[in-house]
Design a protein around this ligand. Structure first.
Ligand code: NAG
Length: 203
């Protein structure tokens, strides 16, 4: 009986795998829940050109700007910028760079007036737009984990697409593969969490 309880608990844990925070464990980029993070050696870290700031990743300009106080940054990046402890200018949390200025993020399904206000991550910018004053996924894309936009092209077509544009899309296809791996895992977890309790009940 104890073993059965244990098995149910294991199933619940697997099914409940949630997106990891910064410095949390991961297998693919998709496991990292914080915007603009990626999975490096099984740890969620900020992407290049982002710096850790408490529990978020803040955007760093290129080239970097050295600072001693926030006013040093305001001149170049606008008033929504700050000076990090490493003396680098960065956008405040929940802001992104647009044409060299820090702009407050409008998340998926927030209200908006301009495309550039909508933000779902550095790798997602091409997929989101301000449509009818609502930050929405562009045509051919769908919301993913209620915060990002991903291509809604069927997987088989995506592979064909990748083969055709392999050299250009090498990086992007890597991201897509991660998405597939992650959804397979989610499916597997769901199946286990449904089948196992039923099996135990019948038993
Ligand atoms: C934007 O659109 C989504 C999906 O149609 C909807 O759920 C959401 O409430 C809308 N947001 C606003 C601010 O109108």
């Amino acid at each position: 009986m104890h073993l059965e309880i244990l098995l149910v608990c294991v199933a619940c844990v697997i099914a409940g795998i949630k997106a990891s925070a910064i410095h949390g464990p991961c297998e693919t980029d998709e496991d990292c829940g914080t915007i603009d993070t990626e999975c490096n050696n099984n740890v969620c870290t900020c992407k290049p050109n982002f710096a850790v700031w408490f529990d978020s990743c803040v955007a760093l300009p290129q080239p970097r700007i050295t600072c001693h106080k926030k006013h040093d940054c305001h001149r170049s990046l606008g008033v929504k910028s700050m000076c990090t402890k490493k003396n680098q200018c960065a956008c405040k949390p929940f802001h992104h760079l647009h044409q060299g200025q820090c702009v407050k993020n409008r998340d998926l399904h927030d209200t908006c007036d301009h495309d550039h206000q909508c933000y779902c991550g550095e790798d997602c910018q091409e997929k989101i737009a301000c449509i009818h004053k609502n930050c929405s996924c562009k045509a051919g894309h769908k919301p993913y984990r209620s915060r990002r936009c991903i291509s809604d092209t069927p997987f088989v077509l995506r592979i064909a697409d990748q083969v055709q544009l392999a050299p250009i899309k090498a990086t992007e296809s890597f991201v897509k593969e991660s998405t597939v791996a992650s959804s397979t895992k989610t499916l597997f977890s769901s199946v286990i969490s449904i089948v196992l309790p039923i099996f135990l009940l019948i038993k």
